[in-house]
Design a protein around this ligand. Structure first.
Ligand SMILES: NC(=O)CCC(=O)C(=O)O
Length: 264
């Protein structure tokens, strides 16, 4: 998606794309990008924030139930009325519509890229909990965007059994062109897991460009599917028998030597 600050328009676009992924593509798990319901102008984030659960998660729950799918609600702006700072919050719904996991972005994007400064922590508070959730006999690890640069998080998720690492994102164009695919493939290879990474693309209202290229990567590091620079979806089959065999025959996770690793 290339979300705007018009929440109703974003909800309509998300619904159209989710329905297409399921009804045309046969998707059983659908994932939206970071801040899909409102993105691109920080000055309006507070007025677009909602509690979780709230109206936008209700919308996602209805879609998950109606289409009988697992639905990752990318991330949205979470905020109780009067909260000092918001959270960048990802939610996961079961085919029953039940909200089965809530993950709040841990690593906030406080960096300078070229001549542009990002200070996500000015408006957001970091999450404090690592979240893995069971879904249809597998385990999904929830993360958001800049988290991708912190391999510790993904290793902990893998050690908790995650076989699919979810990375809804809005990478900048400048970092994304060199780092997005590299980091996604690295997280897939080092954790021997599928990586599902739906992304914002295009120019935003505040002038920033996002990189796009939603991507699904397999445990070998092969890119199974990606998106061009327009709204759409990447689609792939995740083969958990292959994953189990690969981890058994090439037991890199089991070959770790934690007793020799020094901690900070
Ligand atoms: N929204 C984000 O967290 C952006 C992360 C990003 O662009 C990066 O390079 O990291």
């Amino acid at each position: 998606m290339s979300s705007t600050v018009d929440k109703q328009e974003n909800l309509r676009t998300a619904e159209r794309l989710i329905r297409a992924a399921v009804l045309e593509g046969g998707a059983e798990l659908v994932a939206l990008p970071e801040l899909w319901s409102c993105h691109g102008l920080e000055s309006v984030y507070r007025e677009n924030a909602e509690p979780v659960p709230g109206p936008t998660t209700e919308f996602l729950s209805r879609l998950a139930r109606g289409l009988r799918i697992y639905l990752l609600g990318g991330s949205i702006l979470e905020g109780e009325p009067g909260a000092e700072r918001l959270h960048n919050t990802s939610t996961l719904f079961a085919p029953s519509g039940e909200l089965v996991a809530i993950y709040r972005k841990i690593h906030l994007f406080d960096v300078k890229v070229g001549d542009r400064e990002y200070l996500e922590s000015a408006g957001m508070a970091p999450g404090r909990e690592i979240v893995a959730a069971k879904a249809a006999g597998t385990v999904l690890g929830l993360t958001v965007c800049y988290d991708l640069r912190f391999p510790e998080l993904y290793r902990i998720l893998a050690l908790r059994g995650a076989e699919v690492l979810l990375v809804p994102a809005a990478f900048t164009l400048q970092t994304g062109k060199d780092h997005w695919e590299l980091l996604l493939r690295a997280r897939a290879v080092e954790n021997q897991a599928y990586v599902v990474a739906p992304a914002q693309w295009g120019r935003k209202q505040d002038g920033r460009w996002t990189y796009g290229r939603s991507m699904i990567v397999d445990p070998w590091g092969t890119v199974l599917s990606t998106c061009p620079d327009r709204d759409g979806y990447a689609l792939a089959t995740l083969d958990f028998e292959y994953l189990e065999r690969f981890r058994r025959e090439f037991p890199a996770l089991a070959n770790r030597r934690p007793e020799t690793y020094a901690w900070e």
